[in-house]
Design a protein around this ligand. Structure first.
Ligand SMILES: *Cc1c(COP(=O)(O)O)cnc(C)c1O
Length: 454
């Protein structure tokens, strides 16, 4: 058998079609299309992805929102190599390990006040799964057993395990997996464009939340929200102050606030965490994606001391949190995360973001009047450009026409890889992307859209 390095791009594509089942991918179409520019990525350097033909593309979606400092970053590569000399993985069940301890200390230091304890897992979905089980059991442990229900936002996305899907508000999943999901109370997303409601739509949504909490409040254990912006729902940005108001209402009614920072965490929004933008301290916080700089699968659920303390008892008291995964707190991943967090500070990454955020806003402003752009939504380095058939209606495209997919495909011509969420083109440059590459990316996206709709 040849090693993959000896295979031609066509042979690799054929083998992929034969053996792989890709995530979130209509496989019939994938197999029919075979090899495509930018599809099979062999190498990645800095902010570029290099396909099996050797062609380079700007990584405009941060390798699905997780890449922070670029690819092949010497400091992170070295940290992983150094850890490899010691141990690739040892368990945290009944044991501990230096890199996981060090990372937990750092996370307590950099996350909002009050979050003290780190519970590791491997993906954003498991981080959310853990938060919901913690919230549920927390109230059991303190004797408030009536509190069993959750509140979530419409159009939210929290991952693909059954618990996380239950908390998510994306219709596609609820249609198919509905019978498997538990009941969640949804309130509307406060994105003003989404509901054509203007900013005061948020006030109505908060009033609705208050009503839910005032009438059935003692049955709820937690509210979960993606802070400031709902990523996979279509980059639905929230009006300023919404998160803070939700925090206040949750506290007033004795309900926990779970913040899902899997997408927003680690510099995406212009601050270290989205919560920092509004000075909010949640009770539980989910981290993933950029935690390791996008290198390895690692996630964390952060909890307050108060929540943690409710699980302290003798083993026979039944208050222990019985949850874990084989690779919880993987040493290589923790070493990568430690190096990535160091690099955020050493490179003054946070200080460089305002300028980049302004460059993005300015570069896309000319699209604002384009007849096929309904809305441009930006939250720091996260961007959604909504494509519409006619902005004056607005009149939407038929989703079956997959216009978003077609526009992203057209961007390949400009050596850019981006992905759509329906008809929302998302741009998610790595926060550390250099300004020259960022300008090249933005320029290419504007050109692509102008050419596509001319
Ligand atoms: C991506 C994402 C998740 C799921 O993370 P996975 O690592 O893909 O399981 C959860 N919540 C949010 C907000 C996300 O963007």
């Amino acid at each position: 058998m040849n090693s993959p390095d000896d295979m031609t791009p066509q042979q690799l594509a054929a083998m992929d079609a034969k053996y792989l089942w890709h995530p979130f991918t209509p496989m019939q179409q994938w197999i029919a299309e075979g090899d495509q520019p930018g599809r099979f990525i062999e190498r990645a350097e800095g902010f570029e992805l290099i396909d099996t033909h050797g062609r380079r593309f700007i990584d405009g979606f941060s390798s699905l929102w997780c890449n922070l400092h670029g690819h092949q970053v010497e400091q992170i590569d070295q940290a992983i190599r150094d850890q490899l000399e010691k141990a690739a993985h040892t368990t945290l069940l009944g044991h501990g390990s230096p890199p996981s301890i060090e990372l937990a200390r750092r996370l307590a230091e950099i996350t909002p006040t009050g979050l003290e304890k780190t519970f590791y897992s491997d993906s954003g979905a498991t981080a959310v799964e853990i938060a919901l089980k913690m919230a549920f059991q927390y109230f059991r442990n303190i004797g408030q057993t009536k509190r069993q229900k959750f509140i979530a936002l419409g159009e939210s996305y929290h991952g693909d395990t059954i618990g996380s899907v239950s908390l998510g508000g994306i219709g596609l999943f609820h249609g198919i997996f509905g019978p498997l999901l538990f009941d969640v109370t949804f309130i509307d997303s406060p994105n003003p464009y989404h509901h054509r409601s203007g900013e005061n739509g948020a006030a109505e949504i908060l009033a609705r939340l208050e009503e839910i909490l005032s009438t059935g409040g003692d049955e709820y254990c937690a509210i979960i929200a993606e802070p400031l912006v709902q990523g996979a729902g279509g980059l639905l940005t929230h009006p300023a102050g919404f998160l803070k108001s939700v925090r206040k209402l949750a506290s007033q009614h004795g309900v926990l606030l779970i913040v899902d920072e899997v997408a927003t965490g680690f510099c995406r929004t212009g601050k270290m965490f989205a919560c920092d933008v509004e000075g909010v301290s949640p009770d539980l916080m989910c981290l993933g994606k950029c935690l390791t700089g996008g290198y390895l699968p690692l996630a964390a659920t952060m909890a307050t001391q108060e929540i943690f303390d409710a699980f302290l008892a003798r083993p026979q008291d039944g208050k222990t949190f019985y949850h874990g995964h084989t690779f919880t707190g993987n040493a290589l991943a923790c070493a990568a995360a430690n190096a990535s967090i160091d690099l955020i500070f050493e490179s003054n990454l946070l200080d460089s973001l305002d300028e980049k955020i302004e460059i993005i806003t300015a570069a896309l402003a000319p699209l604002g009047e384009h007849p096929n752009i309904g809305d441009i939504r930006q939250c720091g380095m996260m961007l959604g450009i909504e494509l519409v058939a006619d902005r004056t209606g607005p009149e939407f495209f038929n989703p079956d026409d997959r216009v978003g997919v077609a526009v992203c495909r057209a961007a390949l011509k400009h050596d850019i890889i981006i992905r759509p969420l329906g008809d929302v083109i998302t741009l998610m440059p790595a926060p550390a992307m250099d300004i020259a590459t960022l300008r090249r990316l933005l320029d290419g996206v504007v050109k692509t859209i102008n050419e596509y709709f001319k």
